[in-house]
Design a protein around this ligand. Structure first.
Ligand SMILES: [Fe+2]
Ligand SMILES: [Fe+2]
Length: 180
């Protein structure tokens, strides 16, 4: 996996935006979309804070992550279809969009100016690893890890190419990429 950290972060941002769209339209199962959004945003924010923000002047970004977390909690508690849900969603969309815009216009360009391409790829690896760890902990509560057979079955359903060649970690990684 030789993807640079800026591409990875930006890709997550676009995924978050498409989840927002899904929720605003009320398409599909809103609770599932909220759960997906929460897992992705939380893992993404942790990975940024632990692997990308150090070395950057990103204190403000951490504050905004906290704000999003509070709104996400409220969204999880709200009943889809109620005015409370719609209002909380609007607040979350506004807060996260503002944050994403700041990252993409200030933080990430600063990183691109100061780090070499090799460093950006190294950071990408570290970011992805930290993000996976967090996603796994959030999904399994740290308990039952899926078996290789279960992962393979999921990979088959997601039609992930090259799955029969993959070991357990690779399956896990390919799956979480496919989902995001
Ligand atoms: Fe971000
Ligand atoms: Fe962020």
């Amino acid at each position: 996996m030789a993807t640079d950290v800026i591409t990875l972060i930006t890709h997550d941002h676009r995924t978050v935006e498409s989840l927002f769209e899904r929720l605003k339209k009320g398409a599909g199962d809103p609770s599932a979309a909220v759960a997906e959004l929460r897992a992705l945003l939380t893992a993404h924010a942790r990975a940024e804070e632990d692997r990308v923000y150090p070395g950057l002047d990103a204190h403000h970004g951490v504050e905004e992550h906290k704000e999003a977390e509070v709104l996400l909690d409220a969204l999880v508690r709200a009943q889809p279809g109620t005015p409370e849900f719609a209002e909380t969603l609007d607040q979350l969309v506004e807060s996260v969009s503002h944050h994403v815009q700041e990252e993409e216009t200030t933080l990430l360009p600063a990183l691109a100016r100061t780090a070499s391409e090799a460093e950006l790829r190294e950071l990408g690896k570290a970011f992805l690893q930290r993000r996976e760890e967090e996603l796994r902990a959030l999904k399994g509560g740290g308990a039952a890890e899926p078996t290789k057979a279960e992962l393979y079955e999921q990979a088959k359903q997601a039609d992930i190419p090259g799955r029969s060649q993959m070991d357990k970690d690779e399956l896990q990684e390919a799956l979480s990429r496919a989902k995001s």
